[in-house]
Design a protein around this ligand. Structure first.
Ligand code: AN0
Ligand code: CP
Length: 319
């Protein structure tokens, strides 16, 4: 029974979650009655291509109705902090908006990225927590400030499908990007990998250390080439600095960290993964992302499956 999905803990045993996901993948229309006359409201504070399409499709597979709201396009801009004198550009507060949203749906998906200026506010997950507290409905994350669990679940399903060894070596590598990005995807990927028995290595330049809570049992290897040796999966992602005093900053755009064919040649013929969107020839070369070892498209396709598994479980606990 779950009434929220914001992190790996909410999915319980990951082995049975993957089994359920693969069962859904074999017949994604087996539960079209489950969501009948139920409405999913998807709230976006940030842009999205995959999450938007895959989550809506997943809900439709379960027979649900779906409303999508882009808060910054057409709705009132929302204040998220309590106690603010609202004399700026935000005409409405989340504290009214959330219960109102709750009136028109049975379940809410929320995308609200880290602001990357106030580490404490981001790591307290203030926005999604207010949705959980004030909506009166089951809430799931479509990427919140510190995690992107639907992505990590899809990543896990993908590795399970493609792995040829029972205990593959999975390497998460930082890669350069011109703009500051949240730590949500790497935090979350690490959190899910730490639940498996895979060999799990994280590699990044000095200064890009993630919150130790997410790093967990991972081996941190600063020498990227050494980290890549014998890898079965290379999971590339950029993130901005977590450690003080550089929280949210871009410290390096060193092109030596771009995943290229020479780096991939050090691996055990690894598959290349990225959550997308990806900037070519910053994060990864054209050659690598277009190679037959790139599995970014099946990885994206599994977003429908991870979302459907989570929404199915939320619907089942509402019955
Ligand atoms: C976002 C991020 O890095 O968190 C979303 C990734 C799924 N990426 C960008 O904003 C480019
Ligand atoms: N991977 C992912 O969440 O993509 P979008 O930002 O396009 O939803």
């Amino acid at each position: 029974m779950i009434n929220k999905f914001t992190c790996v803990d909410d999915i319980g045993d990951i082995r049975s979650a993957v089994e359920e996901a693969l069962e859904i993948k074999r017949d994604r229309f087996a539960y079209t009655e489950l969501g009948r006359n139920r409405t999913l409201l998807m709230i976006f504070f940030n842009s999205s291509l995959r999450t938007r399409l895959s989550t809506q499709k997943a809900a439709m597979n379960l027979g649900m109705n779906v409303i999508v709201l882009d808060v910054n396009q057409g709705a009132w801009k929302l204040e998220t902090e309590r106690g603010v004198v609202m004399d700026g550009d935000k005409p409405e507060h989340l504290l009214e908006a959330i219960p109102v949203m709750g009136c028109f749906c049975d379940m809410i998906g929320v995308r609200s990225f880290a602001g990357l200026t106030d580490k404490k506010a981001d790591y307290e997950e203030r926005v999604i927590k207010q949705f959980i507290k004030y909506s009166g409905k089951p809430v799931f994350s479509m990427e919140a400030a510190t995690r992107h669990p639907l992505q990590s679940f899809a990543d896990l399903i993908t590795i399970e499908e493609f792995k040829t060894k029972s205990r593959p070596k999975v390497v998460m590598t930082w890669a350069p990007h011109p703009k500051a990005l949240p730590q949500a995807v790497p935090n979350s990927f690490a959190e899910w990998m730490n639940r498996t028995d895979y060999e799990f290595v994280i590699t990044h330049p000095e200064g890009y250390e993630l919150d130790p809570k997410f790093v967990g049992r991972a081996k941190v290897e600063y020498d990227r080439d050494k980290a890549f040796e014998g890898a079965d999966f290379v999971y590339a992602k950029n993130w901005s600095a977590y450690a003080d005093p550089n929280y949210g900053k871009v410290l390096s755009i060193d092109p030596r960290w771009t995943v290229d064919s020479a780096a991939m040649a050090l691996t055990d013929n690894a598959y290349f993964m990225h959550c997308l969107p990806v900037r070519r020839n910053m994060i990864v070369t054209d050659e690598v992302i277009e190679s037959d070892r790139s599995i970014v498209i099946p990885e994206a396709a599994n977003r429908e499956i991870s979302a459907q598994t989570v929404i199915k479980r939320l619907l089942e606990s509402m019955k």
